[in-house]
Write a protein that binds this ligand. Structure first.
Ligand code: HEM
Ligand code: NAG
Ligand code: NAG
Length: 326
């Protein structure tokens, strides 16, 4: 009898909690690690297998998938907006300056989404798939592991102009601009320096570093000369030629990016400004000498980045196809 009473009052509490959440419009809903544990228990292995396959085929894909999550989160929050193709009612983010001819990995996300839709139809958002995919990519290249928070929902629109507005800082950024752009998203200077460590993997195109390798004074000479061979000074020639962001180990998620900065071998201006006599020098030194410190701060910052303005509760939708609104 007493047992049943307890059950009864528990039920009442749950109902009251649900009513409170309802009246608050669900806007307080928080992301959680076990969001899909009942509704889609095989989500993690399903995602992991597709990412594994894609990365086995092309190691760089891990870098591209990690970057997709960053570019999604910085433009109106982690809402899957970067995945939307243009429609008759909006031009999306894919052709905006920071993304055009640059972001990649959409086909991998499509493959994950259709697999997940077969397993748990209408349950898992594209925004959450990006978060899980970023985590798996880092892990596959030997980086740290973390528990991803889930429960984001998908936007029904994307904005070309918002993606072009400078919220994603350009590779020519000063240190102050980087600090301010991250601060505007609730991320600290420490978060920014740790997240920049993502450039320990992947590639950049000549257009993004031409000026630095031909004109900068804070660059290692032999590094500059070797990069100039595949990225000529004349604009228009070799614009899309690629070079590794971390020349030492572009396929491993290690601390070598910071070690390279210490030697003035940062590829982008926005990389080298982190170690150029300014306030972030000490962080670059710390991460360059302690993998543990880098991993700890990177993980913390990735989770924080994943918390940027998610759509939750009854906001947004669970897209059937990541490329278009339902
Ligand atoms: C701090 C400000 C940042 C700037 C200015 C910046 C800029 C860039 C640029 C210009 C490229 C090369 C793009 C191209 O050649 O088309 C790039 C690549 C990349 N970025 Fe960043 N980035 C920043 C922060 C981040 C963050 C926070 C992450 C992820 C946590 C990230 C992950 C990557 C990865 C993995 C690549 C290589 C992608 C590939 O190989 O496909 N970046 N970034
Ligand atoms: C995107 O890149 C393509 C191919 O280089 C180019 O034709 C197009 O004009 C670019 N779009 C925008 C909006 O800049
Ligand atoms: C180097 O700097 C000069 C002067 O600002 C500029 O005119 C030139 O285009 C730059 N060269 C490259 C390759 O960016």
């Amino acid at each position: 009898m007493e047992y049943n009473n307890k059950q009864g009052s528990m039920l009442l509490m749950v109902v009251l909690m649900m009513m409170t959440m309802w009246s608050c419009g669900y806007s307080e809903a928080k992301l959680s690690r076990d969001f899909y544990s009942e509704s889609c228990p095989s989500l993690f292995p399903a995602v992991r297998r597709v990412v594994q396959h894609a990365v086995a085929k092309e190691r760089r894909m891990a870098a591209s998938l990690l970057r997709l999550f960053f570019h999604d989160c910085f433009v109106n929050g982690c809402d899957g907006s970067i995945l939307l193709d243009d429609t008759s009612s909006f031009v999306g983010e894919k052709t905006a300056g920071p993304n055009n001819n640059s972001v990649r990995g959409f086909e991998v996300i499509d493959r994950i989404k259709s697999k997940v839709e077969r397993l748990c139809p209408g349950v898992v958002s594209c925004a959450d798939i990006l978060a899980i995919t970023a985590r798996d990519s880092v892990l596959l290249l030997g980086g740290p592991k973390w528990g991803v928070k889930l429960g984001r929902r998908d936007s029904t629109k994307a904005s070309f102009s918002d993606a072009n507005s400078g919220v994603i800082p350009p590779p020519t950024s000063t240190l102050n601009n980087l600090i301010n752009r991250f601060k505007a998203k609730g991320l600290s200077t420490r978060d920014m320096v740790a997240l920049s460590g993502a450039h320990t993997i992947g590639q950049a195109r000549c257009v993004t570093f031409r000026n630095r390798i031909h004109n900068a004074s804070n660059i290692d000479l032999s590094f500059a000369l070797s990069r100039q061979m595949s990225c000529p000074a004349a604009s228009g020639s070799g614009d899309n030629n690629e070079a590794a962001l971390d020349p030492r180990s572009p396929g491993r998620f290690d601390l070598s990016y910071y070690k390279q900065l210490l030697k003035h071998r940062g590829l982008l201006t926005s990389d080298q400004v982190l170690f150029n006599g300014g306030s972030t020098d000490s962080l670059v030194v710390a991460y360059g000498y302690s993998l543990k410190a880098f991993y700890r701060d990177f993980v913390r910052a990735m989770i924080k980045m994943g918390d940027i303005s998610p759509l939750t509760g009854s906001n947004g939708q669970i897209r059937n196809n990541c490329r278009r609104p339902n």
